[in-house]
Write a protein that binds this ligand. Structure first.
Ligand code: SAH
Length: 221
C-alpha cells in the first residue's frame, strides 16, 4: 500500500510500528503474514485526531457512540485464529466499528463482508477503507446478530462484539470446515474458536479471556 501522505509523521514511523509488532510477538502472535499486515496498516487513520498519537499503543480506544477500536492484540489474535486452518476466501465480520479490523482482513482475504449497527460509524469506516484503496470489503448497515444471510456461506466469521450466547445464525452461515472466532459472555467473556466439522457437528475451543463491547440488537441511524 502507498501511504505517502502520512510519511514523515512521527507516529507512523517504522520504529513506532515495530515496537507494537514486537509487543504482539511477545504476547504470542506468530503468523508473520498477520504481523506484517498489522505493521503495514495505518491505525491512526481509524481514530479521531485527538487520540491518534496513541494509535500504536496496544490498547482499545474510544471511537464515539460508546464503542471502541479493538486492541491491536485482539485484532492480531482473532485474525491469526481465523487463518490458522489455511487461506480463506470469504469472511464475515460482525461489528465494523472504525473499520480497522476490516482493513486488516481485507489485505489477507479476497472477499470481506462487514456489518455494523451504527450508521455514522459505518460511514466513517467506508471512507477510511476507500482512502486505503481496499475495495474488496463490502459494508452493510444492519443488525449483525442475524449475520448476512444473502452472502453466506462464509469460510470464516469474526465477531468483534460479545453476545451472551453464540447466535445460531452464525453457525448456520458457516461453510463446512469454516471457522467462527467470537467473544462470548457478559461481565466475564471468553474468546472462542468454533469449527464447523460437518453440517451438524461443531468443535469449540476456549482460547482465553476477552473484553469486548456487547453485541446489541437493533440499528442506529
Ligand atoms: N472491529 C471494530 C471493533 C469495534 S467495537 C474495530 O476494529 O474498530 C464493536 C462494534 O460492534 C461496534 O462498532 C458496535 O456498534 C458493533 N456492534 C454491536 N452489536 C452489533 C450488531 N448486532 N450488529 C452489528 N454491529 C454491532
Amino acid at each position: 500500500m502507498n501511504h505517502t501522505s502520512f510519511e514523515g509523521i512521527g507516529m507512523t514511523s517504522r520504529r513506532t510500528r515495530d515496537r507494537l509488532i514486537n509487543r504482539l510477538r511477545e504476547q504470542g502472535i506468530e503468523n508473520e503474514l498477520v504481523l506484517n499486515t498489522v505493521r503495514d496498516t495505518p491505525r491512526h487513520i481509524f481514530i479521531d485526531e485527538a487520540l491518534a498519537h496513541r494509535a500504536y499503543e496496544d490498547t482499545a480506544l474510544p471511537i464515539g457512540y460508546n464503542q471502541t477500536i479493538s486492541q491491536p492484540y485482539s485484532v492480531a489474535k482473532m485474525t491469526e485464529l481465523l487463518l490458522a486452518g489455511g487461506p480463506l476466501e470469504r469472511v464475515l465480520e460482525v461489528g465494523t466499528g472504525s473499520g480497522y479490523q476490516t482493513a486488516v482482513l481485507a489485505q489477507l482475504v479476497p472477499y470481506v463482508y462487514s456489518v455494523e449497527r451504527i450508521r455514522p460509524l459505518q460511514e466513517k469506516a467506508r471512507k477510511r477503507l476507500s482512502l486505503l484503496k481496499l475495495r474488496n470489503a463490502q459494508l452493510r448497515h444492519t443488525d449483525g446478530g442475524m449475520g448476512w444471510p444473502d452472502k453466506a456461506p462464509f469460510d470464516g466469521i469474526l465477531v468483534t462484539a460479545a453476545p451472551e450466547e453464540v447466535p445460531p445464525e452464525f453457525l448456520v452461515q458457516l461453510a463446512v470446515g469454516g471457522r467462527l472466532v467470537i467473544p462470548v459472555g457478559g461481565q466475564s467473556q471468553q474468546l472462542k474458536l468454533i469449527i464447523k466439522e460437518s453440517e451438524d457437528s461443531f468443535t469449540t475451543e476456549i482460547i482465553e479471556g476477552a473484553k469486548f463491547v456487547p453485541l446489541l440488537s437493533g440499528t442506529i441511524r
